[in-house]
Design a protein around this ligand. Structure first.
Ligand code: ADP
Length: 348
């Protein structure tokens, strides 16, 4: 989702994927930030290796691009394990899930992205597989149907999700380790883009790195994408080095503002203000009014607007805050705000 929004400036997808692969950290030392999670995982890995056991199942949740896939690859390689990658929407039938599980070897890691999108009947196959490492298969149909139980090798399931709230309790409870990935600080993102610039062999000043980091919405994937775009400007319009000035003017051209808001974020704020009198407005109504998918709004745009304090969630929907108005250079209607302030009880 995030990718699509930023993928409008000329890169083809294959090129993007190749670069992304090069930039993806391969071990803990290259994985910046998320210190607590890293320390915990290192201990679990060391303990499991010491006992000669597989690692407990791990659930990673957080917004897209925060490093869930990367981290699972790092953990698998620290365990010297093979990583199998799939995604919730790709597993359509219970038979698909059974086939994936049946194909695992002892110690393998199975990464399921967007695990909240697994159908319930597919999810149910996972319960005994995760808990007892067995696969229950029903053979035949009708009165003659019988169930057989197959043993599975011990494996580690790593589930990733952007929506922990959509996970069923029985599935969530079967993960021994649950980690929430938080947005990154500007200094961490600056370190990430500095490393990426080296990998891509682009010259960049520390100020240039910081300018990109500030506009990257706390997300490493976005930071790397902005870096690639700015690199193009630096090469074509300047002398190839990414200075603060180069980063600033390139990102302005890409309509990424100094706080990292892009045209979609602005469209959201403006729609709430212009079409719904500043809110409150429900997510579905809002998404229909600006023709953006509700899921994208909820996963990508809204968390960042909330984090910056430009919008607020109220029991009756989203409202634009005073800060939101002033960020757009607009004056909030005084009267509406007096009423809103009594309503703005944070939801969660
Ligand atoms: P997610 O699975 O959460 O959507 P990814 O693991 O695919 O996110 O991360 C996207 C990209 O961001 C990676 O390819 C990598 O280049 C970069 N990245 C993510 N987390 C980190 C990190 N902690 N340190 C350095 N780079 C990171």
């Amino acid at each position: 989702m995030t990718e699509d929004r930023l993928n409008t400036t000329g890169y083809n997808q294959q090129e993007d994927e190749d670069i992304e692969l090069k930039l993806r950290p391969a071990h803990f030392g290259e994985y910046i930030g998320q210190e607590k999670i890293k320390e915990n995982m290192k201990v679990f890995v060391q303990a499991a290796l010491g006992r000669g056991e597989t690692l407990d199942h791990v659930l990673l949740y957080g917004q897209p691009g925060l490093g869930k896939t990367t981290l699972s690859g790092i953990i698998a390689s620290a365990m010297n394990a093979r990583l199998r990658v799939t995604a919730g929407p790709a597993i359509e039938r219970p038979g698909d899930m059974a086939a994936i599980l049946n194909d695992l070897n002892e110690g393998d890691f199975l990464f399921i992205d967007e695990i909240h999108r697994l159908n319930r009947n597919i999810e149910e196959i996972l319960y005994p597989a995760m808990e007892d490492f067995v696969l229950d298969i029903v053979i035949g149909k009708g009165p003659g149907a019988r169930s057989i139980r197959l043993d599975l090798p011990r494996f580690t399931l790593v589930g990733a999700t952007t929506r922990i709230g959509l996970l069923t309790a029985p599935l969530r409870d079967r993960f021994g380790v649950v980690h929430h990935l938080e947005p990154y600080r500007v200094a961490e993102l600056a370190t990430i883009v500095t490393r990426s610039a080296k990998v891509l062999d682009v010259g960049m000043t520390p100020e240039g790195a910081e300018e990109i980091a500030r506009r990257a919405r706390g997300t490493p994937r976005i930071a790397n994408r902005l870096l690639k775009r700015v690199r193009d400007f630096a090469q074509v319009r300047y002398d190839g080095i990414i200075t603060q000035e180069v980063a600033k003017s390139s990102l302005d051209m890409l309509e990424i503002d100094p706080m990292g808001l892009d045209s979609v974020d602005k469209k959201i704020l403006l729609a709430i203000i212009e079409k719904f009198g500043g809110g409150p407005v429900g997510l579905d109504t809002l998404s229909a009014s600006i023709d953006e998918e509700a899921g994208t709004l909820e996963d990508v745009a809204e968390p960042y607007l909330l984090q910056l304090g430009l919008i607020q969630r109220t029991p009756r929907g989203r409202v634009v805050t005073r800060l939101g108005y002033s960020h757009l250079g607009l004056t909030p209607p005084a009267l509406a705000f007096a009423a809103d302030e009594q309503l703005t009880l944070p939801l969660s």
